[in-house]
Design a protein around this ligand. Structure first.
Ligand SMILES: C[S@@+](CC[C@H](N)C(=O)[O-])C[C@H]1O[C@@H](n2cnc3c(N)ncnc32)[C@H](O)[C@@H]1O
Length: 247
């Protein structure tokens, strides 16, 4: 996979996500809907910040990601966390993934699901979610809204200029696909090494996600704006879903 290669080293610095808020939200939802849950799988765990935040909250954690570079950031980060070595990180390419057994909760955050650009792949992933969740298991994930792709990302260009790295990021949204073109210039001695990568995401509508949840026997228990207690509004950027596997 050539996404999240050059970016991996700088991901944590540029992502700008509130992982404490996400971890608190997930912890509250688990306590509300499946209080005995202990084993959680983080799908598309990336550099592992959320995986380790949930580990610190007392869950046994498995993180799965297809990027070796992102996972190596996650593995290095384990040392910063008490009992960090207990988090299991697996390099697997979605939509297929394989676990040793079933889990109580699956989480997938920061638009990881939008990276599955084939609808058949997203369906396959929901099949595996159902397969690997225990009865009454919880599925918590987010997707980017149409407003984020149309009003924020389309045509957006960002420049990050720091001591050791210079990065440009340009996004274009067309026919439900959002292409992010990144150029990363990493400082190496007196020169910069350039790496280019393209990330592609697909927009999925709420109706389609509802259909998938139904088809794979999940009951939607809440859909909120980002990781908050608020219902989504028209200009919500990120939609978070909480669903329970039906027996
Ligand atoms: C935006 S990052 C989110 C990372 C993490 N969930 C977080 O909250 O910071 C998306 C992650 O999904 C992973 N990913 C995207 N497509 C994938 C695929 N087909 N198979 C495995 N991992 C994938 C990327 O490697 C990346 O780490």
């Amino acid at each position: 996979m050539d996404q999240f290669t050059a970016l991996a080293k700088y991901y944590d610095r540029f992502v700008g996500a509130d992982y404490d808020k996400m971890a608190d939200f997930i912890d509250h939802k688990i306590k509300e809907f499946f209080p005995s849950a202990s084993l959680v799988c983080d799908i598309g765990c990336g550099s592992g910040t959320l995986t380790l935040a949930l580990l610190e909250k007392g869950y046994d954690m498995i993180g799965i990601d297809g990027s070796v570079e992102m996972l190596s950031e996650a593995i290095n980060k384990r040392e910063e966390v008490e009992n960090g070595e207990k988090a299991l990180f697996l390099c697997q390419q979605l939509p297929e993934f394989e676990l040793y057994g079933t889990v109580d909760c699956v989480v997938s955050t920061l638009d990881t699901l939008n990276y599955l650009t084939e609808t058949t792949d997203l369906e396959r992933l929901f099949h595996w979610f159902n397969n690997y969740l225990n009865p009454n298991g919880l599925l918590i994930f987010d997707i980017n809204s149409l407003s984020k792709y149309q009003d924020v990302l389309d045509g957006h260009c960002a420049v990050y200029d720091e001591e050791d790295v210079f990065m440009t990021w340009h996004s274009r949204f067309e026919e439900n696909l959002c292409r992010h073109k990144l150029s990363v210039f990493s400082k190496s001695g007196n020169s910069y090494q350039r790496s280019d990568e393209e990330q592609i995401q697909r927009y999925y509508s709420v109706e389609y996600i509802r259909e998938l949840l139904n088809k794979y026997h999940f009951k939607l228990v809440c859909m909120v704006d980002d990781y908050s207690d608020n219902l989504p509004v028209e200009r919500s950027q990120r939609l978070t879903f909480v669903a329970i596997k039906e027996n």
